[in-house]
Design a protein around this ligand. Structure first.
Ligand code: NAD
Length: 257
């Protein structure tokens, strides 16, 4: 279904980004991975997929010049970007009066501004080919708030707004722009919050997971990177060509409450 297309997935060395990259690759898309950590292990996941090229660029998504270099790499080595998944993101938890200024700046840069930079650089090629998919990984926190997450909630609400604006700008073209809004997914980003909660409340990791889910996610189950990957595949399909400017929650009914 996606043979011959190239997907740039930011922050795809673990968690949701890796799950989405794998789902797209299983449909034949070439993949440009990005992110930090164990790159060889991430790349190895793609080795068995026939006909799929997997590249990597280590751009720090808080740095516009490095983002430009990532997009130039995709253009030069893969012939352009057909699918852009803006997924890189970080979290920090504190009351606003205690929120470190550098953490605010980093969250806004990585979770929001990076999507502006990749998108502004990808859209001209997508428009020229009259086909493109931009998928912004927002969050349930792009739709509703939680205490102590002011920077994250601001960035994710911003990302949803950005999605709508660019969807309008591309509405008469073959380029669609949408956001995905996951609830809790058990990735390293959330594992750290589970561990902090277990420590703070003096309970086991399993009990901390139950409390985390019980507080927000009525399904009482984590959403998985694989499920989010399949949602991204649908958004890339022809059937989704009129899905534009949505913020699609996959959150075990979190925002239904
Ligand atoms: P994760 O920590 O497993 O993965 C984050 C990825 O981003 C990693 O590949 C990491 O190397 C990369 N990254 C971090 N800083 C970067 C930087 N400066 N430059 C380039 N890459 C960078 O986290 P995850 O849970 O998979 O999160 C992925 C996205 O999903 C984030 O945008 C997050 O906000 C969002 N999200 C996560 C959840 C959840 O429950 N896990 C829920 C809703 C939304």
């Amino acid at each position: 279904m996606l043979e011959g297309k190239t997907a740039v997935v930011t922050g795809s060395t673990s968690g949701i980004g890796l799950g989405i990259a794998l789902s797209l690759a299983r449909r034949g898309a070439n993949i440009v991975l990005n992110g930090f950590g164990d790159i060889e292990t991430a790349k190895a996941e793609f080795a068995g997929l026939a006909g799929v090229r997997c590249g990597y660029h280590g751009a720090d998504m808080s740095k516009p010049a490095e983002i430009e270099d990532l997009m130039r790499y995709a253009e030069a080595d893969f012939g352009g970007v057909d699918i852009l998944v803006n997924n890189a993101g970080i979290q920090y938890v504190a009351d606003v009066q205690d929120f470190p200024v550098e953490k605010w700046d980093a969250i806004l840069a990585i979770n929001l501004s990076s999507a502006f930079h990749t998108t502004r650089l990808a859209i001209p090629g997508m428009k020229a080919r009259n086909w493109g998919r931009v998928i912004n990984v927002a969050s349930a926190h792009g739709l509703v708030a939680s205490a102590q997450k002011s920077a994250y909630v601001a960035a994710k609400h911003g990302l949803v707004g950005f999605t709508k604006a660019v969807a309008l700008e591309t509405a008469t073209t073959g380029v669609t722009v949408n956001a995905i809004c996951p609830g809790w997914v058990l990735t390293p980003l959330v594992q750290r919050q589970v561990e902090a909660r277990a420590e703070r409340e003096g309970v086991s990791i399993e009990e901390a997971k139950r409390r985390l889910l019980g507080e927000k996610q009525p399904s009482l189950q984590f959403v998985t990177p694989e499920q989010l990957g399949e949602l991204a595949v649908f958004l890339c399909s022809d059937a989704a060509s009129n899905v534009r400017g949505v913020a699609w929650n996959m959150d075990g009914a979190w925002v239904a409450q």
